[in-house]
Ligand binder design. Structure first.
Ligand SMILES: [Cu+2]
Length: 241
C-alpha cells in the first residue's frame, strides 16, 4: 500500500510539471487592446513551464519581473525577456519559456515598453501565483500599475529571476522580428541574419548581466547602448504600437 501511494505521488508530481501559455500583447482590435498579457494572472506550481508567446503584432513588449510594491520597476535579481519588436505577425511565433522554481510566493511582472505610452501604466502587468484574497491580489497589483506615474523602469534583468527562471532568450526570431536588450546580450542583432534563435547558441547566464552588450544601432559603451536600446524601442513603439 505504501509503495502504491508512493507511485501515485510520483505520478502526481510529474503531472504537475505542466506547460501553460501566456500571450504577450494583442491586436488593437482585441478586447482590452494591445497592452495586455492573456491571461494576465495564472496559478502555476513548481516545474510548470510558462510559455510566453509574443503573438501580439505589430508590437514591442517585454516580460520583466517586478514586485507588488513597485509594479513598474524591475525587481533586483529579477527575470527579463528583453524586447522583441514585431512589425507584423511572425511565423513561427517567438516564445520565451519561464520555469517556475518557487510557487510559495507570488511572481509579478510588467512590460517595460514606453511607447507610445508606458505599457505598464496602461495595465500591461501579469502575475503568477498571486493571492486571490486579501490585499495583494492581481487586481490590486494592476491598479497600482495604472496609478504609477512616469516612465517604468528600463533596467535589463536576467534569465534567472526570483522564483522563476529561463534558460534561453526569446526564440525563434523570424524574419521581420527584432530581438534586443536581452539578459544574455547575445541576441541583439537587428539584421535578421544572425541565427539567434535561442536553440543552443545562447549560453545560460547566472543572472549577473545588467546591460546589453550590443545594440541595434551602435558600438557605444554598454551604458550608451542601453540608452540607445530604449530610444530605439521608443521610436519603434511610436511607429507601430
Ligand atoms: Cu508591452
Amino acid at each position: 500500500m505504501i509503495f502504491t501511494a508512493g507511485l501515485t505521488a510520483l505520478a502526481f508530481a510529474s503531472a504537475a510539471s505542466a506547460q501553460m501559455t501566456i500571450q504577450v500583447g494583442a491586436e488593437s482590435s482585441s478586447q482590452g487592446g494591445i497592452f495586455q498579457y492573456i491571461p494576465n494572472s495564472i496559478s502555476a506550481p513548481n516545474g510548470t513551464v510558462v510559455t510566453f508567446q509574443f503573438s501580439g503584432a505589430p508590437g514591442n513588449h517585454t516580460v520583466t519581473q517586478s514586485s507588488f510594491a513597485d509594479p513598474c520597476n524591475p525587481l533586483a535579481g529579477g527575470f527579463d525577456s528583453g524586447w522583441i519588436f514585431l512589425s507584423a505577425a511572425a511565423t513561427p511565433v517567438p516564445e520565451w519559456n519561464l520555469t517556475i522554481t518557487d510557487d510559495t510566493k507570488p511572481i509579478w511582472f510588467y512590460c517595460k515598453q514606453l511607447a507610445p505610452s508606458p505599457h505598464c501604466s496602461a495595465g500591461m502587468v501579469g502575475a503568477i501565483n498571486a493571492p486571490t484574497t486579501g490585499t495583494n491580489t492581481f487586481d490590486a497589483f494592476q491598479k497600482a500599475a495604472v496609478a504609477f506615474k512616469g516612465n517604468s523602469g528600463q533596467g535589463v534583468g536576467a534569465l534567472v529571476g526570483v522564483g522563476a527562471s529561463a534558460s534561453a532568450d526569446i526564440g525563434p526570431v523570424p524574419s521581420g522580428a527584432t530581438l534586443y536588450g536581452t539578459p544574455s546580450g547575445s541576441a541583439a542583432s537587428p539584421t535578421a541574419t544572425s541565427p539567434s534563435t535561442g536553440s543552443g547558441t545562447t549560453s545560460s547566464k547566472s543572472g549577473t548581466t545588467t546591460s546589453p552588450t550590443t545594440s541595434p544601432t551602435s558600438s557605444a559603451s554598454s551604458l550608451g547602448a542601453s540608452f540607445l536600446s530604449a530610444a530605439v524601442a521608443a521610436i519603434l513603439g511610436i511607429s507601430f504600437a
